[in-house]
Write a protein that binds this ligand. Structure first.
Ligand SMILES: Cc1ncc(COP(=O)(O)O)c(C=O)c1O
Length: 394
């Protein structure tokens, strides 16, 4: 009899042959600006821990206190016996922070997109999506019975064309979905233009603000605040796994949205609620953002310095306008060698290669943190310069 699971190894080996397999690095300490990876001290340049809130004493303390008061787990899904007062408190805090009516927390940003998007549209509707949207939006879109249209990356002209077509076809609902910040290039969706178009064509807007909150806008309130369209994006989706330094997804908007989402999203209804420690840490992270504006300021100070210096050294940093700064080198093999050389000099910055980006746009993706000092940045820049010259990138 043939082995029915033989494909597991065969497919894995194909990935290895094409250098498309993931090799896992092991952090032997916290996710912090300085940490130990695979036994070596590193300056961290590829974590989403923008504000270093993973290590903020108030955030850690809140998690410890929550365990003492509420225990280690929630015991159930929210609609049955897993809805604790701290889950409700977190949602009120998010709504206040995002200056909207209500919010709903999901186990992750991924499950928010995957759980809610397919409920918003159905047969007879259409979803219009940026071609470079995150995989969790793509999976959410794949679960709908709605028609789909894809527009060129951040191209408001193409979006309008799609909206015209959608209007002509007399769809019941039109849903526009986009990432706010695109995580491979660090560029922004033109959310102001998208909102204008949506209002003109009667479409619903759904913006994934995973890399925008804690980073962009007034006090890190995100991309809607950055573009001055707060209150005009129908559904703002976010995550606690990046600048907030914890984990968990959410959607924020109207009270109607919250009630709809909690009654309809299968990833919410059928998956246990967050542990008290995680939930309390999220509440504390919002509180830190509201009361300690210095972290967002420091993030941008670091970002502006690092980006400018990389450019002055002659590196191609693409079209980034955020703390995600790619160093585009072209071929995958060069990106991999650059990453290895950096690792050898104590800099943890990983390559991003095809199929995540185009074949000729392989890169090292750096992500800035407010926890890095000027000295750390200069050490990193020296390493980039040395490795860049050795590999004839600059
Ligand atoms: C744009 C975007 N949306 C959603 C997610 C998923 O967020 P989470 O880590 O909370 O599942 C990510 C994380 O990679 C992301 O970059």
């Amino acid at each position: 009899m043939a082995n029915p699971t033989a494909f597991l190894r065969e497919e894995y080996e194909k990935l290895v042959e094409g250098s498309l397999d993931w090799k896992l690095w092991v952090l032997e300490g916290p996710s912090a600006p300085h940490t130990v990876v695979n036994g070596r001290e590193m300056i961290m340049l590829c974590s989403n821990n923008y504000l270093n809130l993973t290590n903020h004493p108030k955030v850690k303390e809140a998690a410890k206190r929550a365990i003492d008061r509420y225990g280690a787990g929630s015991g159930s899904v929210r609609p049955i016996a897993g809805n604790m007062e701290i889950h409700e408190e977190l949602e009120l805090r998010i709504a206040r922070f995002k200056r909207c009516e209500a919010a709903l927390v999901y186990s992750a940003g991924f499950t928010a997109n995957e759980g809610l998007i397919p409920q918003l549209v159905d047969k007879g509707d259409v979803i219009i999506s940026d071609e470079l949207n995150h995989g969790s939006i793509i999976d959410g879109v794949r679960l709908t019975k709605a028609d789909r249209m894809i527009y060129g990356h951040s191209d408001a002209g193409e979006l309008e064309k799609a909206l015209k077509e959608a209007r002509k076809a007399e769809y019941r609902r039109i849903l526009i979905t986009t990432d706010g910040v695109f995580s491979m290039d660090g560029d922004l969706a033109p959310v102001d233009e998208i909102v204008e178009l949506a209002e003109e064509y009667g479409a619903i807007t759904y913006v994934d603000d995973a890399h925008g909150e804690g980073v962009l806008g007034d006090g890190g309130r995100g991309i809607a605040s950055h573009f001055g369209v707060e209150g005009r994006v129908d559904i703002e989706m976010g995550t606690f796994s990046k600048a907030f330094g914890v984990m968990g997804g959410y959607v924020a908007g109207s009270l109607d949205l919250r009630l709809f989402a909690l009654n309809k999203s299968r990833s919410w209804l059928l998956s246990a609620s967050h542990s008290p420690a995680v939930t309390a840490a999220c509440v504390a992270a919002i509180e830190v953002l509201e009361t300690e504006p210095q972290w967002v300021r420091k993030l941008w100070e670091n970002t502006n310095y690092f980006k400018q210096e990389l450019k002055s050294l002659g590196f191609d940093t693409g079209i980034s306008v955020t703390p995600i700064t790619p160093v585009i080198v072209g071929e995958s093999s060069v990106a991999k060698r650059l990453s290895e050389r950096l690792f050898g000099m104590g800099i943890f910055a990983l390559p991003i290669v095809f199929p995540m980006v185009a074949r000729d746009k392989a890169r090292i993706r750096t992500i800035m943190s407010a926890g890095l000092t000027r000295e750390d940045l200069d050490t990193s820049l020296e390493a980039f310069e040395k490795a860049g010259r050795e590999l004839k990138i600059i």
